[in-house]
Design a protein around this ligand. Structure first.
Ligand code: GDG
Length: 466
């Protein structure tokens, strides 16, 4: 039987536990690998003096193989090219993008090292699925080492518009490496269209029936929105720990309505704009002030990168200013929390919130929006307010869709959500939940792997840099 090999920057141990603090990608892939069995390869998250290339192996529901990286690798590949070049650029933030040759060099070097390390672990009939922007050139590196297996790549973040991508000195080279894959997947048609625009206009690629052709290679492009493990999440929302956190939140709310936001502390998530929109609401609706509060959970991420330190400082200032301006002895408008919570506790917190405020400025998909929906009480569901610029907005059209840059739109949506009759909340929630259940993580995984498996074995000879 074909084995699934997943390769991504970070991997999660095959423990099957739901209580750890994990990102959306980790949860989604664990669900896929547990069902399939297989191999998950990536960076251990650890540093070593001298790269050995020999993976450490952990066996469980699937096999986990990880390698340590040298400090310079981490600096140039992870903190540099991945987090300071590709992440901001692909989230349309040219103003925050750092264009350093050393970053690009480190990125290519580490992808070569990953290829060297994983290549001996591969079997002839594996289907290889490489994840995300850290590893765009890995497929090309594997092909160079003689890898003829079926290979797919999935991008978890947006693909930027052509005019923005052309600011990247390595753009053409990077895009050409994607031709090493048999299937390339994006969350939405919008990201796929942006990719296609660049490939056609700048590289002269042809496109017909979902297949992109360039330099004698053909790649199937797929819009394939990721979902959550909806059934698991719904169950988790009813678990004893979720009930406990639900009860704790309701008690501490003392009859007030809660708005919840849950995001990694990242500038793409629009946290400052969210606070400003909420402030606008407090200014425009003084009568509502003490009837609600905003709980913003924002565990720090990428804390060694300066832009992330800046956003943390700026948000603390903003929360302090808004609380200073509006708080009373018995009420604080924003509860701003910089730590992570176990997933089952999060499920209880989502369920206790009358409004889920998910307002990224740009987001590949956004799983929090789907988790919020899955955690609701079907008899008395809360309202999802969702940014038009999250990939999730393509599917979740029954949410209150807003432009997160507009404080007024956000304020109006909060008001509408608070006033929304129960019947309308139920109608919207049912439609949203049906989508979350139908297009869940298993659907996503199948859609992608079906396309990958039907690609057929590869006819070697790929050389992207030639
Ligand atoms: C990238 C793309 C795309 C958050 N706080 C805690 C916690 N989380 C979990 C959430 C959710 C996940 O992290 C976040 O997923 P998102 O999708 O919202 O965002 P990114 O981390 O930026 O993920 C994104 C995703 O990849 C998948 O393709 O949707 O667009 O940017 O699952 O629940 N989990 C726990 N404690 C927390 O405090 N346990």
């Amino acid at each position: 039987m074909t084995r699934l090999v997943v390769i991504s920057n970070r991997v999660a141990a095959p423990t099957g536990s739901h209580s750890g603090a994990q990102g959306g990608l980790a949860v989604a892939l664990q669900a896929a690998l547990n069902e399939y069995g297989g191999l998950w390869f990536g960076w251990s998250g650890e540093e070593t003096e001298a790269f050995t290339g020999t993976p450490e192996i952990v066996e469980g529901g699937y096999t986990m193989a990880t390698v340590d990286l040298e400090p310079q690798d981490v600096e140039e590949y992870y903190e540099g090219y991945a987090n300071r070049t590709l992440w901001p650029l692909f989230h349309y933030r040219v103003d925050l993008t750092e264009y350093e040759r050393s970053f690009a060099g480190g990125y290519n070097r580490v992808n070569e090292r990953f290829a060297d390390s994983v290549f001996p672990l591969l079997r002839a009939d594996d289907a290889i699925w490489i994840q995300d922007y850290h590893m765009i050139p890995l497929g090309a590196e594997l092909r160079r080492r003689g890898c003829a297996q079926r290979m797919g790549f999935f991008l978890h973040i947006p693909w930027p518009p052509r005019r923005l991508l052309t600011t990247l000195p390595e753009a053409a080279e990077l895009v050409r490496t994607l031709l090493a894959y048999d299937v390339v997947g994006f969350h939405t048609q919008e990201w796929l269209d942006s990719f296609l625009d660049y490939a056609r206009e700048d590289l002269g690629a042809a496109f017909k029936d979902g297949v992109l052709s360039l330099d004698g290679r053909s790649v199937r492009l797929l819009a394939c929105p990721i979902g959550i493990d909806a059934a698991e999440f719904r169950e988790m929302a009813r678990s004893p720990r979720a009930r406990l956190s639900y009860r704790q939140m309701r008690d501490s709310a003392t009859g007030r309505d809660m708005i919840v936001g849950v995001d990694r502390l990242d500038y793409s998530k629009g946290l400052e704009e969210r606070f400003l929109g909420y402030e606008r609401f407090l200014m425009h609706h003084p009568e509502e002030r003490k009837e609600l509060f905003l709980l913003q959970i924002a565990p720090p991420s990428r804390a060694t990168v300066e832009t992330y330190q800046r956003i943390r400082t700026s948000l603390e200032g903003l929360a302090g200013r808004i609380n200073g301006a509006f708080a009373d002895i018995d009420w604080v408008p924003i509860r701003y929390v910089n730590q992570g919570y176990a997933r089952d506790m999060l499920a209880g917190i989502y369920r206790a919130a009358k409004i889920g405020l998910v307002t990224p400025l740009r987001d590949g998909m956004n799983l929090v929006a789907k988790e919020y929906v899955a955690a609701q009480d079907p008899e008395d569901p809360g309202v999802l307010i969702l940014s038009r610029f999250a990939g999730a907005a393509e599917q979740m059209t029954e949410a209150l869709l807003i432009n997160p840059h507009s404080a007024e739109e956000m304020s109006d949506a909060i008001y509408q959500a608070l006033r929304m009759p129960r019947d309308e909340r139920i109608d919207r929630w049912r439609a949203l939940m049906a989508g979350v259940e139908r297009e869940d993580v298993v659907w996503w995984r199948k859609r992608f792997t079906d396309a990958l498996l039907s690609a057929g074995p590869v006819h070697g000879g790929f050389n992207a840099m030639a």
